[in-house]
Design a binder for this molecule. Structure first.
Ligand code: PEP
Ligand code: MG
Length: 573
């Protein structure tokens, strides 16, 4: 028996035989050519053939997963048509390099450029270029890329990295799970796994080396565990766990379309966090009451220049239309910290998380800010838009951001453009200064949304990217809970609603405390929505309230979690 640990990216347990994806042999020699025109023609033909393939895969993906997921292949087609990359390859051919080597050298430069980026999302984009250049190379070399779309038994796919095109070709009826050597939570394969609801573990490092074709594999996509050739008793244990997981899911399904309401009749809103317009579909599929956080910075990533007003308008409009009048909180650009834009010349900083980020940057670069606000305001008539500013530290910043928004609104109206007049304007509470003075901010904001990912890092002075201090990510630390309570009370005093869009909002231990404190909106990853709704349906706010004073007197994260488990959590049965 062999046990491996990777990154858990798609929940559930799968047990089936390993199907190892064998990489085609795409080796080639670098040679000097004399007829560069003929070589460029060869490249051009390869591009045309690859394009034909990709269009076919895109149509297939559209049929299987819907247009949003097929958009990945549109991105591939764009890589394939990228004049900068193709021009550089042609340039190398003109210097006498054969097409294969020219392609390899240029794509490697691009891949390396993306791979060194600190942001996980940007890093993953290297996979797109790798996938496209592999396809092109196979065309140049006349080597078939194997077709994985027809399997005749249930399998768990084992691969170094599951490229988006491989993932889309997979025959979903037989693919029960997958394990890859590399990848992260935001890789396309991970996103597709979650959409397909297939248990998956990525980043298992040596999976392809250590797992033999046909071996019995157990994938625990909730924990990141991979077990190969387990003893029958262990297989039995996982079969039981699998059954329990499926029963639990079926149980949660009944909460789809139901209101989010506690046992004693207290209504809350359970919304989803999104990064791209397509994610709104997943929120709706999971029964979300709205979008509590649209991290718009993702629209600015994976590209070489700023998105235009028109491009942004199309994205915002599409989310608002998809949400059909459900509350949709769009956060303005939160760049900086760990999120960098290579095309925006951002200076290196000693402490990027304490630096020129988010609203600070937008208040300095008003042209950038105004473009986003114009797009948002123009889209406002298509749904229930709420605008939220990130990383507000002082009232002056909030006032300044609101003043710019007002000015942009006037500008649009003067131009004869229609803008909704019911847009709520709120702010994130993720810096302790705003949490402490929440009542004052609430006088001027329509709503507050607590960003616990940052609030915790700033309160406990622990960089959220640094593994060595990750023990200080303590959502139940009474210091955090007292701040959260002060935000909720401060906002309620002014008659304003409060949400939470940090990871803590979907945390099973935090939920009963937050419900008792009166949090109005819980915004979380889509896959947690039904579980949270089920948990709230089982809880009585009134009963939970009795514990809050006691909890706030406890002295540590651990004591609080112990207390909640013992007294506040009810089994969802
Ligand atoms: C937060 O800080 O909690 C938050 C939701 O914002 P982000 O994770 O995007 O910084
Ligand atoms: Mg934040």
């Amino acid at each position: 028996m062999l046990e491996m640990k990777g990154i858990a990216v798609s929940n559930g347990i799968a047990i089936a035989k390993a199907y190892c994806l064998v990489e085609p042999d795409l080796s080639f020699e670098k040679v000097t050519i004399s007829d560069s025109e003929a070589e460029k023609k060869r490249l051009k033909n390869a591009v045309a053939e690859a394009k034909k393939d990709l269009e076919g895969i895109k149509a297939e993906a559209e049929r299987k997963f819907g247009p949003d997921k097929a958009a990945i292949f549109q991105a591939h087609l764009l890589v394939l048509e990228d004049p900068e990359m193709l021009g550089m390859i042609d340039g190398k051919i003109d210097e006498g390099t054969n097409a294969e080597a020219a392609l390899h050298e240029v794509s490697t430069t691009f891949i390396e450029m993306f791979e060194v980026m600190e942001n996980a999302y940007m890093k993953e984009r290297a996979a797109d270029i790798r996938d496209v250049s592999k396809r092109l190379l196979s065309k140049l070399l006349n080597v078939e890329i194997p077709d994985y779309s027809r399997l005749n038994e249930d399998v768990i796919i084992i691969a170094n990295d599951l490229t988006p095109s491989m993932t889309a070709q997979l025959d979903k009826t037989h693919v029960k799970g997958f394990v890859t050597d590399i990848g992260g939570r935001t890789s396309h394969s991970a996103i597709l796994a979650r959409t397909m609801e297939i248990p998956a573990v990525v980043g298992a490092k040596t999976a392809t080396k250590d797992i033999q074709q046909g071996a019995l594999v157990i994938v625990d996509g909730s924990k990141g565990d991979v077990i190969v050739d387990a003893e029958p008793e262990i297989v039995g244990t996982y079969q039981t766990a699998q059954k329990a997981y499926l029963e639990e899911r079926a149980y949660f399904e009944q909460f789809k379309g139901e209101p989010s309401i506690s046992r004693d009749g207290h209504h809350v809103e359970i919304a989803g966090n999104i990064g791209k317009p397509e994610d709104a579909d997943i929120v709706l599929e999971n029964g979300g009451d709205g979008v509590g956080l649209f991290r718009t910075e993702f629209l600015y990533m994976d590209r070489t220049d700023l998105p235009s007003e028109e491009e942004q308008f199309v994205s915002y409009k599409s989310v608002l239309e998809k949400m059909k009048g459900k509350p949709t909180v769009v956060r303005t650009l939160d760049i900086g910290g760990d999120k960098k834009l290579p095309y925006l010349k951002m200076e290196e900083e000693m402490n990027p998380f304490l630096g020129h980020r988010a609203i600070r940057l937008c208040l300095d670069d008003t042209a950038l800010f105004r473009t986003q606000l114009r797009a948002l305001l123009r889209a406002s008539i298509y749904g229930n838009l709420k605008i939220m500013f990130p990383m507000i530290a002082t009232l002056d910043e909030f006032r300044e951001a609101k003043a710019i928004l007002e000015d942009v609104k006037k500008e649009l109206v003067t131009e004869g453009k229609e803008v909704s007049d019911t847009i709520e304007v709120g702010m994130m509470v993720e810096i302790p200064s705003t949490a402490v003075m929440a009542d004052l901010f609430a006088k001027e904001a329509d709503f507050l949304s607590i960003g616990t990912n940052d609030l915790i890092q700033y309160t406990l002075a622990a960089d959220r990217m640094n593994e060595k201090v990750s023990y200080l990510y303590q959502p139940y630390n009474p210091a955090i809970l007292r701040l959260v309570k002060s935000v909720i009370d401060g906002a309620h005093k002014e008659g304003k609603w409060v949400g939470m869009c940090g990871e803590m909002a979907g945390d099973e231990i935090a939920i009963p405390i937050l419900l008792a404190m009166g949090l109005d909106e819980f915004s979380m990853s889509a896959s947690s929505i039904l579980r949270a709704r089920a948990q709230i349906a089982k809880s009585s706010k009134e009963d939970l309230e009795k514990h809050i004073e006691k909890i706030l007197q406890l002295s540590s994260n651990k004591e609080v979690s112990g207390y909640v488990k013992q007294y506040l959590m009810k089994e969802p049965k």
